[in-house]
Design a protein. Structure first.
Length: 81
């Protein structure tokens, strides 16, 4: 296992087992860079994941593509038939 693979595996564990318990984020080595993708529940969570990624993978080329799940209230009442 390369150093990059080890760092990515450690980061994935931190994301899944840490305070965020974020299982919707995938961290994958792609050639000479790392790709971080997935959906998170809030902008705060996205920012926290980005911070952890930056700390854990400092010095590596990282591409982050995290999407914030839409969790807004409905704008009208639901009609049941």
């Amino acid at each position: 296992m390369s150093t990059m693979d080890y760092r990515v595996a450690h980061l994935s564990e931190r994301l899944a087992e840490g305070p965020l318990a974020e299982l919707g984020v995938q961290v994958v080595v792609h050639g000479e860079s790392v790709l971080v993708t997935g959906t998170v529940p809030s902008a705060h969570c996205r920012d926290e994941v980005a911070r952890l990624v930056s700390e854990a993978l400092d010095g590596l080329t990282v591409h982050c593509d995290l999407v914030v799940a839409e969790a807004s209230s409905p704008d009208q009442a639901e009609e049941l038939a």
